[in-house]
Design a binder for this molecule. Structure first.
Ligand code: ADP
Length: 483
């Protein structure tokens, strides 16, 4: 399957990117929504103030509060207290004063005629196009509230026609707020917010970078240590510190290294032992061949069986080495085995070895999970040794028993010479043999094989020995719960 090429980002960068993206999105969302809510509020406030101006204008020109029932927001006031439109507008401009960011103008017949009594930041009459626009918008005599982009700024304005009945002049009062100027304070506040947010993001980035680095340091150490440990040298271990996921990972990697190390060391030892053991028969064969005179039939007849015997021994050795390697692999084919029947079968096979008084001492009545082929191999090996090393005709007992509910034992008892003191451990080592044992042939691999099989089952081999006999037993744990 084709793999997609991903940019090679470290976990540290990815963690940091995730934190920064989430934080930035949260900050922008919070800032933008607050900004727009606030902006709407300010714009509404401008409209309120413009409408209040209309009320003020109405008060000036009519001398009274708006009449109930009349739509005071759209209907132009009737200037009842003035004789001319000019004087009405003049009075309005003199009395309704613009506030901050506001500018007012009085028009007579579309011509800017009066400005307010107080100075303003901007002058509406500076943009003739705006004047034309508001004049035409209010030509129908209604009040107009609107927004205009003018040369003096973005304006929110209200235009109120002022007419004195019976006069031909068309009066217009216009007042407008500079929207940008009104929003300026808020914009400044949000610029500060944006700056603080950017600095915070930077700070979060820096702190995040160091924290992520700190948290991931053990993983980097594990990786560095693991890359130092090569296949040829598995002796290194990664230091475990703390008690968290990373230390658990480290322990797992260490356990794996331990198993690999043990397995490879075992293989190396086996190889060197094998090399050492095969050297002797090879030297013997070579020596005989070199010394033998091929033209002397009598000598050939004498040497060939000797060499064949030595080659047979080597073949046996190679077979046993293979068996030992298999046992050391520790791969078992576990089955539920009725130990009672199983003991009968192995006893039948052992008694075929002959030349001894074979007995089945006892049988455990249990169904246990074990590899019957391997246990048979190990048990028969013990029986074979007993037969090999004890005097002909002497009794040999086989048996299986449960010394306690969690332990199963397959044993062989003989009346042989026993194992000399100090050799009890040596005989379980590869090629470990008790020398000068009446010239009995053997490879010294039998007991290591038994031992490996017992260990693969989670058990061990026990030995009780005295000059009047030995008792070897394969002891394995049993799981009593499942039967
Ligand atoms: P091998 O029998 O091929 O020599 P083993 O590993 O089976 O190798 O046995 C190692 C040594 O332990 C033997 O050489 C023998 O001296 C001793 N041994 C094993 N079983 C017995 C036994 N039942 N009685 C006396 N000695 C034994």
């Amino acid at each position: 399957m084709p793999t997609r090429r991903m940019p090679h980002w470290s976990v540290r960068v990815r963690i940091l990117a995730a934190i920064l993206v989430v934080t930035a999105v949260a900050m922008v969302t919070a800032g933008a929504s607050a900004y727009f809510v606030q902006r709407e509020r300010i714009l509404d406030e401008i409209d309120d103030r413009l409408n209040t101006s209309v009320e003020a204008v109405r008060l000036v020109v009519t001398g009274s509060d708006p009449a109930g029932g009349v739509d005071s927001q759209t209907t132009a006031p009737e200037a009842s207290g003035f004789s001319t439109t000019r004087s009405a507008i003049e009075a309005v401009l003199a009395r309704v004063l613009p506030s901050r960011n506001e500018s007012s103008l009085g028009l007579l017949n579309g011509v800017p005629t009066f400005v307010s009594a107080v100075p303003t930041d901007f002058q509406l009459e500076d943009d003739p196009a705006f004047i034309v626009r508001v004049t035409s918008e209010t030509s129908d005599g209604s009040i107009r509230l609107g927004t205009a982009l003018t040369t003096v700024g973005d304006l929110r304005y209200i235009a109120v026609p002022i007419d004195v009945a019976g006069t031909p002049d068309a009066g217009l009062y216009v007042t407008a707020y500079d929207i940008e100027a009104e929003l300026a304070d808020m914009n400044a506040a949000f610029r500060t917010y944006a700056m603080i947010a950017a600095v915070s993001l930077l700070a979060i980035g820096l702190v995040g970078w160091f924290v992520a680095g700190r948290l991931l340091r053990p993983i980097r150490q594990v990786s560095a240590a693991a890359s130092r440990i090569t296949a040829s040298d598995l002796s290194g271990r990664i230091p475990v510190s703390g008690n968290d996921d990373v230390s658990a990972l480290t322990s797992t990697v260490n356990d794996m290294l331990e198993r690999l190390d043990r397995s490879i060391t075992t293989q190396h030892q086996l190889l060197s032992d094998v090399r050492h053991e095969l050297k002797t028969p090879l030297t013997i064969v070579r020596g005989h061949l070199e010394l033998m005179n091929p033209d002397d039939p009598a000598e050939v007849r004498q040497t060939v069986p000797l060499l064949l015997d030595e080659l047979d021994r080597m073949t046996g050795l190679v077979d046993e080495i293979a068996a030992l390697a298999d046992s050391q692999e520790g791969v078992l084919q576990l089955k539920w085995v009725d130990v009672d029947d199983f003991s009968d079968q192995v006893f039948a096979k052992a008694s075929a070895i002959g030349n001894h008084d074979w007995r089945l001492a006892e049988s455990a009545t249990i169904v246990a999970s074990l590899d019957p082929v391997r246990i048979t191999q190990a048990w028969l090996q013990l029986a074979d040794n007993a037969a090999k090393y004890s005097p002909p005709g002497s009794p040999i007992a086989l048996g299986s028993r449960l010394p306690d509910p969690h332990t199963l034992e397959f044993f062989v008892t003989d009346r042989g010479p026993g194992i000399p003191e100090g050799m009890e451990e040596r005989i379980f080592e590869r090629f470990g043999r008790v020398d000068a044992r009446r010239g009995i042939q053997g490879s010294g691999l039998g007991l290591p094989i038994v031992s490996a099989i017992a260990r693969a089952h989670g058990g061990r081999v026990t030995l009780q020995t005295s000059p009047s006999g030995s008792r070897f037993a394969i002891v394995v744990p049993v799981n009593q719960e499942v039967k």
